[in-house]
Design a protein around this ligand. Structure first.
Ligand code: GLN
Length: 488
């Protein structure tokens, strides 16, 4: 049995723990051993065996008493953008090397309250800025399906760890696609809920009006278990958290999708879409039609504008959020400096990587006097129009579907020093982020080089249950989510 434990889903692990087929301690040791064995993938930034085993012992005690919460003893790992008391937190940046938070992020607390055991912290692009995980200040992450390729980003460590069975589930964050795109590139399932569903407390801020946490796992059922646990209002700590009670998303997984209207935006299927991705997405849409859904063509006319709009708003907010890393309060401080200003300058030049510095400069530029109206204000106006386009589309359909990214995962180093190549690849994930809508990626097949392709599902506000339902039904009719990369 032990050799197979990592092939089990979160739902199966929870059941096995309850039946005492295995213990939380046994599971924790098994997964930690796998993480060590596959260290070469670069997925983990930190593990701490004693802390993990202590959490597992607590879960086993509750399981023995019979009053354990639903996910008691099931291991998971957190993207290193969530602050944790038991593990270091770096946000993938040298700026926070060795930083220890005095508290846990709300999402971390909620999953711990559900009984989950933390295996460690997962690699990501520095401050979640990137699409390939190559912006991590520590080391890149390799895609387990082909270790010469990127896992996607910024939650690349999360996606690679789940795909390689180093963790049954992981947390991710999505500002402009960072849950959906790596899930797609690594052949797993991931959902970004409606903006405000998950508390941002303790999630190191990138662009506050866009940042959302969400689960990444192999199946929609597993994502629904985690999402049910991590969502919910947090009024004292995150003023943007929605006053919507937590839901049990597992309840609607098996609902019928008969007659459900799936809107396919014509702008998502233009010239830039690779033929292999299109074929896999078309195949998944056909499978959904066979299950009774109807496909209708819709239009999201401002899709292309999402790129310039996002790459103005996100850096603008980032430049403000990252001002706190000044060498005084936490993290890195330059060793030699002449005065306070020199200390700020040297600290930030040493602590931040190239992409983060580029975004801070872009952000301060678009917010500066004289350019604010031309860039930032215009971007905000178009952001509203993009959200309006979705509302118009949702009059004609119940859910929107399309590709997550224009291509499968690219080769490590392929985009070299060209940041625009990364930005352009975000085209299909940015619109839902700007509108604050829930979106997910579901395995839809394989493309060039045997690489996974995800189907993106976008719902109207608070329609996560619908997305998970659709994804679950698709997964009962397909087996893409069950396949493991060779050697894992
Ligand atoms: N690739 C996008 C960016 O670099 C999205 C990242 C994210 O969602 N965190 O900003």
């Amino acid at each position: 049995m032990a050799g197979e434990l990592h092939q089990l889903t979160v739902a199966q692990l929870a059941e096995g723990l309850r039946a005492r087929t295995f213990s939380a301690g046994e599971l924790a040791r098994h997964f930690l051993q796998r993480a060590a064995q596959h260290d070469g993938l670069g997925a983990f930034l930190a593990t701490h065996e004693e802390a993990t085993l202590a959490q597992a012992r607590a879960a086993d005690a509750r399981l023995a008493q019979g009053d354990a919460p639903r996910l008691a003893g099931v291991p998971l790992a957190h993207k290193d953008i969530f602050v944790t008391r038991d593990f270091p937190t770096t946000a993938g940046s040298k700026m926070l090397e060795g930083y220890r938070s005095p508290f846990d992020a709300t999402v971390v607390t909620r999953l711990a309250e559900a009984g989950m055991v933390t295996l460690g912290k997962l690699n990501c692009d520095e401050f979640a800025m990137g699409s390939s995980n190559e912006n991590s200040a520590y080391h890149p992450v390799k895609n387990p399906w082909d270790t010469a390729r990127v896992p996607g980003g910024s939650s690349g460590g999360s996606a690679a760890a789940v795909a390689a069975r180093l963790a049954p589930a992981a947390t991710g964050t999505d500002t402009g696609g960072s849950i959906r795109q790596p899930a797609s590139f690594c052949g797993i399932t991931g959902i970004k809920p409606t903006y405000g569903r998950a508390s941002r407390w303790g999630m190191i801020a990138y662009a506050s009006s866009l940042d959302q946490a969400g689960p990444m796992a192999r199946t929609a059922e597993d994502c629904s278990l985690l999402l049910s646990a991590l969502c919910g209002p947090d009024p004292d700590r995150d003023s943007t958290s929605l006053n919507v009670p937590a839901e049990d998303f597992t309840r609607s997984l098996n609902d019928s999708i008969e007659g459900l209207r799936i809107g396919v935006p014509r702008e998502f299927f233009g010239e830039g879409l690779a033929a292999d991705v299109r074929a896999a997405v078309d195949g998944a849409l056909k499978a959904l039609q066979q299950l009774g859904a109807r496909v209708v063509e819709i239009s999201l006319p401002r899709t292309e504008l999402a790129i310039p709009v996002y790459y103005i708003i996100a850096p603008a907010e980032a430049s403000s959020n990252l001002a706190r890393f000044d060498g005084v309060k936490f993290g890195h401080r330059a060793r030699d400096y002449t005065d306070l200003e020199d200390m700020y300058k040297k600290t930030r030049a040493e602590g931040f990587g190239e992409e983060v510095q580029r975004r801070i400069m872009t952000g301060t530029y678009v917010l500066s006097h004289g350019y604010y109206d031309a860039y930032y204000l215009q971007a905000q106006k178009i952001r509203r129009l993009i959200a309006d386009d979705f509302q118009r589309a949702f009059k004609e359909c119940d859910v929107i579907a399309g590709p997550v990214a224009p291509t499968v995962a690219w080769q490590l180093g392929a985009h070299g020093a060209d940041p625009l190549a990364d930005y352009l690849a975000d085209i299909f994930t940015l619109p839902a982020s700007l509108a604050g809508l829930p979106g997910m990626s579901v395995p839809a097949g394989f493309g060039e080089g045997g690489m996974p392709v995800g189907l993106q599902l976008i719902g109207n506000y608070l329609q996560e249950g619908r997305l998970l339902n659709l994804a679950h039904r698709l997964q009962q009719a397909t087996d893409f989510h069950l396949r493991a990369p060779e050697g894992f």
